[in-house]
Design a protein around this ligand. Structure first.
Ligand SMILES: [Cu+2]
Length: 144
């Protein structure tokens, strides 16, 4: 959605103004910029147990994530079977997971939730939004 992208740009502009310390006189009013800066730079190390449920999310902005039951970004997992609850919140993004034995994706144009049961093997896994693969992506490792 273009609107959300524009919103992010506006939020950045507002932030820049705030940092510059100039008391802008526009109609921003209650500039509640409580947007959490979710990036793929989360360094929390996670080792979820086989059989647990993970949450995959993409959108509504340009955000993509895979988190465990505690909301921590997944970085390492033990091999085994997992349930992945996928929440595709945008009709311009998809969630595409690939790795040894796994190639699952949501539709770019579709939205909504899906539940995948995947068997993860030792190796490197990658997830991305295909239309924005260079900026919307993440990786995790599975150990046997
Ligand atoms: Cu995208």
């Amino acid at each position: 959605m273009k609107r959300t992208h524009l919103g992010a740009v506006v939020a950045l502009a507002v932030l820049a103004l705030a940092l510059a310390g100039c008391g802008g006189s526009d109609d921003e009013g209650s500039g509640t910029t409580t947007e959490t800066t979710t990036t793929s730079e989360t360094t929390t190390d996670t080792t979820a147990a086989s059989g647990s449920t993970l949450t995959a999310s993409v959108g509504p902005g340009f955000d993509i994530s895979l988190t465990d039951a505690n909301g921590a970004a997944v970085s390492t997992l033990s091999a085994g079977e997992y349930t992945i609850e996928v929440n595709d919140q945008s009709d311009i993004h998809n969630f595409h997971l690939t790795g040894p034995g796994v190639d699952e994706t949501t539709d770019v144009g579709g939205t909504g939730t899906e539940s995948w049961t995947v068997t993860l093997e030792a190796g490197s896994y990658h997830f991305q939004c295909d239309p924005h693969a260079s900026t919307m992506n993440g990786d995790f490792e599975v150990s046997g």
